[in-house]
Each structure stands twice: as C-alpha cells, then as structure tokens.
Design a protein around this ligand. Sequence first.
Ligand code: GAP
Length: 457
Amino acid sequence: MDKIVALCKRRGIIFPASEIYGGIANTYDYGHYGVLLKNNIAGAWWKAMIQERDDIVALDSAIIQHPRTWEASGHLAGFTDPLVDCRACKRRFRADHLEEVRNGTAEHPDLRCGRAPSKLPGEHADCDLTEAREFNLMFETSIGPVKDAGSTVYLRPETAQGIFLAFKTTLGFARKKPPFGIAQIGKSFRNEITPGNFIFRTLEFEQMEMEFFVPPSEAEHWHQHWMEQRMAWYVSLGIDPEKLRLRPHGEDELSHYSSATSDIEYLYPIGWSELEGIANRGDFDLTQHAKYSGQKLEYVDTASGDRYVPHVIEPAAGLGRTVLTLLCDAYDEDEIGGEQRTVLRLKPAMAPIKVAVLPLVNKEGQPERAREIYEELRELMPAEYDTGGSIGKRYRRQDEIGTPWGVTVDHQTMDDGTVTLRDRDTLEQERIPASELGDELQRRLAAPWTSPKLVRR
Ligand code: GAP
C-alpha cells in the first residue's frame, strides 16, 4: 500500500487534502489523473446501469434531505460505532476493532497508542481507556443563520435514502414498473474512525448505488442476478478474477434493514476487504418512509388492480474504493535495461490518458509535428503531448500513470511520415504511418484485453 500511496502522490493522482495545513484525517484530493480515472469508472458504471439496460433510470438527489429521513431510515438511532478514548494519548479507537486485535482475528495498525507505538491501547502503563460509548457516524449541521433544535440536518451517510424519497415521483414519470431500478452516483459522508488505509475508508466518499424495486416474490431471483452482474462488471474493468470473491454476511453482520447481504471483496494489500455490498433490503425502507411521511409508497398495477410495496435489491459500491482496487490490481514493477520501472497495467479503457505523443528531440521540426499529431489524436481519445526531459524519463512518467501507448516523432518522421508506436506492456515499438494512428489506436482501445499480470501467471 505504501508504494501505491507514494506513486499517487508523485504523479498527482490522489494526495492528502489540506496539506498546507498539515492535512485532515482520512480526507484526500484527487488530482488530474485521479479525476480522469475516477470518471472512467463512473462512466463504465453508468454504461452498465443505464445504457446497456432499459429497466433503470438515473437520479441525482440532494445531499441534505429532510431530517425525518434519518429517523425513518434508522440511521439516527442505529448508525453508530462503539468508541473508546485513551485518556493518555487522546486518541479514539473503535471498540470492536480493539477486540478483534486482542483476540487475534484482525490486525489494525491504527490501534497502536500514540505514546507506545509497539503496543495496543490498554497494554501500556500510560493507557487509560474509557468505557465504550456509541457515536453516531452522521455529520450534523444546521439550516439557517441560527442553530436551534429545529434546524438540525445531516449530511447523507448513504445515497440510497435519496432514491427511496424520490421513488414515488420517479414511478410517476419513468413509465416503468417493477422490476425496475433507480441509480445514482454521489458523495456520502461518515464520521469514521479508521485505520488510515489511504482512500479505503474516508470521511467523504462517492457511492455508486442502485435500488432495484421488484415484486416481493422475485426478490431472491434478482438478488442472485445482481450478484452475478456486479462480479462480472469488476472483471470487465480488467480486475484479476482470482482477487475477487463473494462473501455472504453472517446473521450478526447484517445491517438493520437487510435480510441478506453479500459483499464483493477484493484482496487488497491489507487483506480481503469489502468493495461492494449487495443487499436484499426487503420492503424496510419504503415501509418506513410511508409510515413517517404519511404517503403511500407502493406500486399499483392499473391492469390487475394489484398493489404492493416492492422489495429492494441494492448493489452499493464505492467509487473511491473501486479506484483503489484498480490501482492495487494494476500496480506492477519490472526492469528495463537494468533499471527498475513502476507501471500501472490498467486496462486501456480505464487509463486516464490513452496515448502520449513525444518528439524525440526538441528541434528539427519534431515538436511542431508531434503537436500536430497530438491535436489530431485528442479529438479521438485523451492524449498528452510531452516535451520535458529525456525520452526515457517521459516514457517512465507515462508508464506510472498507466498510459498504454506512446507515439514518438523522430527524424524519420520528417522524411517518410512514419512514427514509432510503443506498447506499455510488451514494450514493442512498431513503425506506422502517422496517418494511420487514429484508426490503429481506436482498434486497440476496442480490442479484448487481458492483463499481462494474468498472462504471466
Ligand atoms: N446503501 C448501503 C450502503 O451504504 P455500505 O456497505 O455502508 O452500504 C457501500 O456502503 C459501499 O460504499 C461500500 O462497499 C464501500 O465501497 C463504500 N464505502 C462505505 N463507506 C465508505 C467510506 N467511509 N469510505 C470509502 N468508501 C466507503
């Protein structure tokens, strides 16, 4: 993980937020390449949810909703972590994490007391732990200039509730009937005490959630359907299938709203951990919001006159966590000419930049010709033009951000119009006419792809 964090910082992919003030806990900024990578993942999610199906519609609901939302959803009463404070080192820990570490079922590097790095809180003479207390994970704020009891609102801890609140309106205009889904991507916020595993768990994070409303008798079928679809989607991003698994929740792990949940887990450098949860939420949410709002939240079949509260199957993924998964999965090191190289072997469709156009030397008309080629290619795909440093250095830079192809303009280009086209993974360099570059790169971008890490294995 340290190497991935260092690469992300070095190349401006993701870095600590508020750095000039010393940073802020578990909060990160996405730089240029991080934004492009994140957008590619979000684009692939929307494509799978909306473009390739006709039973899901999109939504972008508000972050701050009516405060009754969180009473109805159960978050106000139950969305809590048990926390203990160390009076000596002034740090706060999750009581359940402490317990897991003590009984040897988990290792949480953050649980080391500030004053005694080699020991757990409670094991050092200085440590003075409080009893565990329940802390709500929702961030609270207030509407209006005066804070009073009536003005308290919350930053949403999941995007899902916005979908339930918009269910009735959406049903009215979407011309859909169950089974149908509502999908959204947006920020959620949780006041988490975390082990500081980079962007694995952050205070604010983007979720990609879809609530699929189904006739109650079909819930089991659709739960199965979505588990298969979502696993296949991660594989389609180029992720190693052997590092993905489905793990059903035990009874004691289930959220208050769920009758069955399975997590898609990935084998991160920190071990197998959740990437996405796929829950059968039953009719819990619609029933609760109907009760609290006094509105009927049900589906009425106009032909048969049947009415029922749909059950909900929810694939809930983290966008940042998928970024981390792709980074972990793609990270690789090899050796070129005796020198070590770091390379992100991203599937080309996911790579922030598809092609870099580089003049071999900054003279003899090469920069001008390279710039022309770059300007043609950027109409077709994200491209970069780079003149800074030796050609080797420029290739290394592109390898580190996962650019699958490099085009070099050299003295021969000026004579016969050909360029060299370099492949990030095979390192092969072919000469092709510059006029054929657009077609050739588009062909490669659309071609099936298997990670060289899998081929090697
Ligand atoms: N609506 C259901 C729900 O929110 P969840 O398992 O709490 O379920 C879904 O969250 C996904 O959101 C997780 O699988 C994870 O990918 C992501 N996620 C949750 N909390 C996160 C956090 N603090 N930081 C980053 N991603 C998070």
